[in-house]
Unconditional design. Structure first.
Length: 133
């Protein structure tokens, strides 16, 4: 790992107060902002091998950032996505984002259970699209 420059990139990001954004998250946010359900579903293959609890954690942070935008605050986790997050925040209701965040928190309790990963990810993307697009 040290040969590919990852530690130096992480140090640079930390010094610039940047947090790494998973590529799939950036694609998801753009697809949601553009209301492209087909583009959201193309992420299924990318998300399936990722541990469900890791996906939930990233999405919880995303929803918190959207809530921050809804209250006129700057995003804390994914500041680089602020233009997209602001658009999603203005388009969704505070109630819908709160309910979705609560749902993700509940899902964390069973995140390690060996349910069908593909179905769980598919349902999760449907919930996101319904609340944010």
């Amino acid at each position: 790992a040290a040969n590919d420059g990852a530690p130096f990139e992480a140090l640079k990001a930390a010094q610039n107060d940047e947090r790494p954004i998973p590529e799939w998250l950036q694609e998801l946010v753009i697809a949601l902002e553009q209301r492209q359900l087909a583009a959201v579903y193309t992420l299924l293959a990318t998300l399936e091998p990722i541990p469900y609890e890791a996906v939930l954690t990233v999405l919880q942070r995303l929803l918190l950032d959207i809530q921050y935008c809804q209250f006129g605050l700057k995003p804390q986790h994914f500041a680089q996505l602020q233009p997209y997050l602001a658009q999603l925040a203005s388009r969704s209701t505070r109630h819908a984002v709160t309910v979705l965040l609560k749902n993700l928190t509940q899902n964390q309790k069973t995140a390690q259970h060996p349910f069908n990963q593909k179905l769980r990810v598919h349902r999760l993307l449907d919930l996101l699209y319904g609340a944010l697009a």
